[in-house]
Design a protein around this ligand. Structure first.
Ligand code: 5GP
Length: 179
């Protein structure tokens, strides 16, 4: 049976912008007198990172990393591996990991372990979206969370389905309908 894709709006561009401003305000307060390395996860966090970074007033360096998850039908836990590692020195720096979405948490657990091994002065996490009902990994609470959302597959504002929909200015649930 053929399926048609439909997007059910969840977070408007205005709502996202207001929340990104609130997150940036909090980050600006928390990092007074410090400089930050904003470490964005590609590709999903590219728009969030661009918007957030322009609202941050502390001296900021920008870097990106990219990971892939590889599912394994014999194990419920997917394997995470780097496609692109950070390109700047992190030792002794204040690193703020900018994530698009925390789902099972395996990606974030992997990234936290890796980034901690690079001996930053501090490591915090700013995730735009969080799906707590889907969590499998044991993780410390992320310091900055944009929105907690229900268990739905969402696209837009950087998030894709098969590389499409990243450029939508809002976030919506992707729904498949029979036609
Ligand atoms: P986790 O390791 O937490 O299960 O998954 C994290 C990654 O899965 C995210 O960085 C994102 O790439 C992808 N992901 C998880 N949930 C969604 C979703 O609802 N929509 C999209 N587009 N990607 C998702």
């Amino acid at each position: 049976m053929t399926k048609k894709e439909r997007i059910e709006p969840l977070l408007t561009a205005e709502k996202i912008d207001a929340r990104v401003s609130e997150l940036a305000d909090q980050i600006n307060k928390d990092y007074v007198g410090k400089s930050i390395i904003l470490m964005g996860t590609l590709k999903g966090a590219y728009i969030f990172m661009a918007d957030l970074s322009r609202k941050i007033t502390a001296p900021t360096e920008i870097d990106c990393l990219k990971v892939s998850s590889y599912g394994d039908s014999t194990s419920p836990i997917s394997q995470v591996a780097f496609d692109q590692k950070p390109s700047i020195e992190l030792e002794g720096k204040h690193v703020l990991l900018v994530e698009d979405i925390v789902d099972t948490g395996h990606t974030l657990a992997y990234l936290r372990r890796y980034l901690e091994s690079r001996k930053p002065a501090s490591l915090k996490v700013c995730a735009l979206l969080d799906k707590p009902s889907r969590r499998e990994a044991v993780l410390p609470e992320s310091e900055y969370i944009g929105f907690q959302i229900p268990d739905a597959f969402v696209v837009g504002y950087g998030l894709d389905f098969n590389q499409r929909y990243r450029n939508l200015p809002f976030i919506g649930e992707l729904i498949f309908e029979d036609i």
